[in-house]
Design a protein around this ligand. Structure first.
Ligand code: FES
Length: 174
């Protein structure tokens, strides 16, 4: 009997990539490391939600999944910034200008992938194909996939996070 995949945590298409890896390995516990790799490549990091979903699907205790995720330093746990920005560096996005986007964000925020800005507003991550190649180059802002971006537009999104915050503060004060 073909094992059945549990429903993903939400309708983010990137779960399909993760599901495909688990299915390829018959949802066996031995697929854990490869599955976590797929999560990281698609999302840029591992968070509680993804670790739980993988644990349930592969029938591996959550403690073991956390153990593996924290043991290997090539896995990144969810970063500390208030917002996360994941730049896809998969082939399609790379060809269509993702390196320029990455460079612009790095320069503006003075951070490298895996780091968080000094004011803790923005964490920058990279992923390898998030399954939206038709939108290349794609960036994921707090879970929202945005495509066909240039460096200026990519920065504008980040700047909007700070501007909105400033507006909220002004509103609360006024
Ligand atoms: S290469 Fe970026 S979405 Fe596929």
């Amino acid at each position: 009997m073909q094992p059945k995949k549990l429903t993903p945590p939400n309708d983010d298409k990137r779960w399909r990539l993760v599901g495909a890896t688990m299915r390829k390995h018959g949802f066996l516990p031995s697929a854990l490391i490869e599955t976590l790799h797929t999560v990281q490549e698609a999302f840029g990091y591992l968070d509680d939600q993804s670790l739980r979903w993988v644990a349930l699907n592969l029938r591996v205790p959550l403690s073991r999944v956390y153990g593996v995720a924290t043991f290997y330093n090539y896995f990144t746990l969810k970063p500390q910034g208030e917002h996360t920005c994941v730049v896809c560096l998969g082939t399609a996005c790379y060809i269509k200008g993702a390196p320029d986007i990455l460079e612009a964000i790095q320069a503006q925020e003075d951070i490298k992938p895996g780091e968080t800005s000094a004011d803790k507003k923005v964490s920058l991550l990279i992923a390898r194909c998030i399954g939206a190649c038709g939108l290349a180059p794609a960036v994921v802002y707090d879970g929202e996939v945005v495509g066909k971006l240039g460096p200026e537009q990519a920065l504008a999104r980040i700047n909007a996070w700070r501007a909105n915050k400033a507006e909220e503060v002004a509103h609360a004060a006024g």
